[in-house]
Ligand binder design. Structure first.
Ligand code: NAP
Length: 255
């Protein structure tokens, strides 16, 4: 199927962690570009409310509530999308969690919980989603990494490690899946206004410190990821693979 450069008409996308926050911002962008979007999260009520908002705008949306850290549920979730829609063109494995503690206070259970959600689950989802994509000889796999996988920040050890690991997985998948017509890329956001960063944003001095360091002088909003998600999912990015694209208002490039 040949489409206008940025069109996603006829494409089917599963975006994990898209009942709110960055996932919802990206899912909305994909739907506006013409894709049928499947929203995911654990809480069915939040999912349903977000799906209804998109549907009210005339966008094509369905929901798939499952927990990405449950391997069997994640595989079944991917399979259900293929069964329901007949194909899967775009996976954005975006669901992720955060945990911050001074180093001596880290428990292995917290390390494993973050790695399991942010890295292991993305592998399981990508492995399963690659099957229909290989059959179609077309696919787009995207991960949400983080600027903090590239630049160190104290206290968020598992988070940084998981996101750096995901950047490695992006490259190994791109290397293996390219011959099947599948690209794999990562989007690395800087500081964005979502529930995940709500704790950080309670500290007015921290909010200002980030604003002062970001050349665009503000935190990102979920909508700021819509364009990059559409680009990487579309034919416009047909020859882009194995890349991690930073979307941070210029923060990581400025002294
Ligand atoms: N916000 C930032 O500044 C920032 C910066 C860089 C990277 N990121 C990354 O961007 C991604 C999204 O973050 P966000 O800020 O949008 O977070 P958020 O506002 O906390 O939203 C997280 C989303 O993921 C879902 N979710 C969480 N755990 C899940 C699980 N185990 N299974 C299925 N869904 C799950 C949540 O729904 P339920 O709770 O209902 O499951 C929700 O829809 C994460 O990977 C995060 O690391 C965020």
């Amino acid at each position: 199927m040949t489409l206008p450069l940025f069109s996603l008409a006829g494409r089917v996308a599963l975006v994990t962690g898209s009942s709110r926050g960055l996932g919802l911002g990206m899912a909305e962008g994909l739907a506006e570009a013409g894709a049928t979007v499947v929203l995911n999260g654990r809480d069915p009520a939040t999912l349903e409310a977000s799906a209804q908002e998109l549907a009210a705008r005339g966008l094509a949306v369905t929901i798939a509530p499952f927990d990405v850290v449950d391997d069997a549920a994640a595989r079944a979730g991917v399979d259900a999308v293929v069964e329901r829609h007949g194909r899967l063109d775009i996976l954005i494995a975006n669901a992720g969690i955060h945990h911050a503690r001074p180093l001596p206070e880290w428990e292995m259970a917290d390390w494993r919980r973050v790695m399991s959600a942010n890295l292991d689950a993305c592998f399981v989802l990508a492995q399963r989603a690659a099957l229909p994509m290989m059959r179609q000889r077309h696919g787009r796999i995207l991960f949400t990494t983080s600027l903090t996988g590239l630049l160190g920040r104290p206290t968020i050890h598992a988070y940084s490690a998981s996101k750096a690991g995901l950047a490695g997985l992006t490259r190994s998948l791109a290397a293996e899946l390219g011959e099947h017509g599948i690209t794999c890329n990562a989007i690395a956001p800087g500081y964005f206004e979502t529930d995940l960063s709500a704790g950080l944003r309670k500290d007015a001095a921290f909010v200002e410190r980030i604003n002062a360091r970001v050349p665009l002088r503000r935190w990102g909003k979920p909508r700021d990821l819509a364009g990059i998600a559409v680009f990487l999912a579309s034919d416009a990015a047909a020859y882009v693979s194995g890349q991690q694209i930073v979307v941070d208002g210029g923060m990581g490039s400025a002294l």
